[in-house]
Design a protein around this ligand. Structure first.
Ligand code: B12
Length: 454
C-alpha cells in the first residue's frame, strides 16, 4: 500500500504558531480513501531527514507559501536524492508551476485533495497536475489533527505571546485554529483570491460544531481562531454557528477575520454571546482614494464604524493597514495615520505593501517595471521594501513612513509597545535607531515613558 508523508517546511518558528491545516485536509481526504499518511512539520521542530528515513514513504508531498519556497525546494531535492517521489503544492507553486517543476517530480496547481488522490491511484510520476476544486467542502473530513503534534500547537499561545493571533487569549490557554470556508467573493488587488478564481464555499454550521466539539473533547481546546479570510461573509451561517455554540454550552472563546462591511451590531452581539472576543479587519488605508485603488470596495467610514460597533458590542477590534500602495502620496499615508490616531482601537498591524506573484498588484508592478531581478522570496517580511508597490514615493521614504505609522500604533497600545520592546532587545541596531527617533521629539519621549510606567 502507498505510504505518503506530507511536509510543512521552514526553520523560522515564528510561523509555526498554528496547525498546517492545508496538509491536514489533504491527509484527512487521503485517509478517507484508505491511504496511509503522516505529517512532518519542520516549522514545529521536526527533522525531515530523520523522519523520512524512519518512515520510508513512497511519496513526499511538500507545501509552501512564497516566503518558504526555498525551504520547500530544499526538502523536495533532499527527498529526490533519497529516491522518494516528490509532489509540491500550495499558493506559490500554483502560480509558478514551471519554476517548481525544476525542483520536484510533480507539481500540483490549485486545491490538493483530489489531485493527490489521483496521483496515487493513477501512478502519476511527473508533470503538472491540475484538478477541479472541491464543490462541497464538507466532503473533506476535518483536518487530520491526529497526525499533527497538537501538544505543540495548542500551547502556542505561551510560546508566541507577541503573535497577533493570540493576544485576546489569556496566558496558559489551550488554543487551536479552524478554517471553515474557502475562497472570497471579493477581489482586492493584493490578495491571492484574485488568482484563485474559485467560488466561496463553506462548511455547514453542524459540521463546524462537530469539529469544535472534537477540539474541546480530544485536545482540551479553550480558545479558537477562525483563520479564513472572512468568517463573517454569510451572517445567517455565523448566526447558526453561534446559536449552536450557545445551545450546546460549548465553553470557548474565539476570534475571527472579517471585512469591515460584513458585520453589524446584531451579529457582533450574537458572536460576543457565543464567546467571540476579537474581530480582525483589513482596514488597509485611511484614504478613500487608496481603498479604491486597492479595489477594496469598502469606505473609510465603514472602517471607522466597524471599530465603533465592536467597541459597542464588547468585542476587541483589531486590524491592519498597508503603507506604500500604488500611486500613494504622503497625504494618503497621513490620512491612514490620522485614521489610526482618531480611532478607538489598540491593536493594529502595520505592513509595507508587498506584491505576491499571481495577484493583480504583481501584474501592475511588472507593467510599471518595479520588479527587480535580484530579490529573494524569503525577504518578503512586510517590514521592508523588497519589491516597491508604490511608484510615487521612494522606498526609503516608505520605510520611514512605515516606522512613523508603527509609532502611532505603539503610543496607543500597551500590548504592541511591550511586544516592540521585546523585539528591539533582540535587534540592538534597530533598538538604537528607535530610541534615537523617540528622543528626538521630547513630547513623544514623555508619552512613551508614561506608557512604560503604566
Ligand atoms: C491561516 C493562514 C496563515 C496562518 C497559518 C498558516 C499555516 N500554518 O497554515 C499564519 C498566521 C501563521 C500565516 C502566516 C503567514 N502567511 Co498566511 N495565510 C493563511 C490563510 C488565511 C489560510 C491558509 C489555509 O489554511 N488555507 C486553507 C487551505 C485549504 O488552502 P491552502 O493553504 O491554499 O491549501 C490548498 C492548496 O493550496 C493545496 N496545497 C497546499 N499545500 C499543498 C501541498 C501538496 C503536496 C499538495 C498536493 C497540495 C497543496 O491544497 C490545499 C488543500 O486544498 C491564507 C489565505 C487562504 N485563504 O488560504 C494566507 C496565506 C497563505 N498567507 C500568506 C502569507 C503571505 C503569510 C505570511 C508570509 C505572512 C507573514 N509575513 O506573517 C506568513 C507565512 C507563513 C508560512 N508558514 O508560510 C499568503 C501567501 C501568499 C504567497 N504567495 O505565498 C496567503 C495566501 C494570504 C494572502 N495574503 O494572499 N498564514
Amino acid at each position: 500500500m502507498t505510504k505518503v508523508a506530507l511536509v510543512n517546511p521552514g526553520k523560522d518558528c515564528r510561523y509555526a504558531a498554528t496547525e498546517p491545516l492545508s496538509l491536514g485536509y489533504i491527509a484527512s481526504y487521503l485517509e478517507k480513501h484508505g491511504i496511509e499518511v503522516v505529517i512532518i512539520d519542520e516549522l514545529a521542530g521536526q527533522n525531515v531527514k530523520t523522519e523520512i528515513e524512519k518512515l520510508r514513504p513512497d511519496i513526499v508531498g511538500v507545501t509552501a507559501t512564497s516566503l518558504f519556497i526555498s525551504d520547500a525546494y530544499r526538502v523536495t531535492e533532499m527527498c529526490r536524492k533519497m529516491g522518494v517521489l516528490t509532489v509540491i503544492g500550495g499558493v506559490h507553486v500554483s502560480i509558478l508551476p514551471e519554476e517548481a517543476l525544476k525542483h520536484s517530480d510533480i507539481v500540483v496547481k490549485g486545491e490538493g485533495e483530489i489531485a493527490m488522490l489521483d496521483i496515487i491511484r493513477n501512478n502519476i510520476k511527473s508533470g503538472i497536475v491540475f484538478r477541479p476544486y472541491i464543490k462541497n467542502i464538507d466532503d473533506v473530513p476535518p483536518p487530520a489533527r491526529h497526525l499533527m503534534r497538537m501538544d505543540f500547537y495548542i500551547n502556542a499561545r505561551d510560546k508566541f505571546p507577541d503573535s497577533y493571533l493570540f493576544h485576546f487569549i489569556p496566558p496558559h490557554t489551550k488554543t487551536a485554529s479552524i478554517f471553515t470556508s474557502r475562497g472570497c467573493p471579493f477581489s482586492c488587488i493584493f490578495c491571492h483570491n484574485s488568482w484563485r478564481g474559485i467560488p466561496w464555499r463553506f462548511n455547514a454550521p453542524e459540521r463546524v460544531i462537530l469539529e469544535i466539539e472534537q477540539l474541546v473533547r480530544v485536545y482540551g481546546v479553550e480558545a479558537l481562531f477562525f483563520i479564513e479570510d472572512n468568517f463573517f461573509t454569510n451572517k445567517a451561517r455565523v448566526q447558526k454557528i453561534c446559536n449552536l455554540i450557545k445551545n450546546k454550552g460549548i465553553n470557548i472563546i474565539w476570534a475571527a477575520n472579517s471585512r469591515v462591511d460584513s458585520i453589524d451590531l446584531e451579529i457582533l452581539q450574537t458572536a460576543k454571546d457565543a464567546g467571540c472576543r476579537e474581530v480582525i479587519f483589513g482596514f488597509e488605508s485611511g484614504s478613500q482614494r487608496i481603498l479604491d485603488v486597492l479595489n477594496k470596495k469598502t469606505t473609510v467610514e465603514q472602517n471607522k464604524r466597524a471599530i465603533q460597533l465592536c467597541n459597542k458590542a464588547g468585542v476587541i477590534p483589531a486590524g491592519s493597514v498597508m503603507i506604500g500602495n500604488p500611486t500613494e502620496t504622503i497625504e494618503d499615508i497621513r490620512a491612514t495615520q490620522q485614521f489610526l490616531r482618531e480611532s478607538d482601537i489598540k491593536s493594529v498591524g502595520v505592513s509595507i505593501t508587498t506584491p505576491f506573484p499571481g495577484t493583480k498588484l504583481w501584474n501592475w508592478c511588472e507593467e510599471q517595471k518595479l520588479i527587480p531581478s535580484n530579490f529573494k522570496w524569503s525577504d518578503f517580511t512586510f517590514d521592508k521594501v523588497v519589491i516597491p508597490a508604490c511608484n510615487t514615493i521612494s522606498p526609503r521614504e516608505i520605510e520611514k513612513l512605515f516606522t512613523e505609522t508603527i509609532d502611532i500604533v505603539l503610543e496607543k497600545s500597551p500590548f504592541s509597545f511591550s511586544k516592540f520592546l521585546i523585539q528591539n532587545f533582540k535587534n540592538p541596531k534597530q533598538a538604537i535607531i528607535t530610541i534615537f527617533r523617540i528622543f528626538k521629539n521630547p513630547a513623544r519621549a514623555l508619552r512613551y515613558i508614561k506608557r512604560i510606567i503604566k
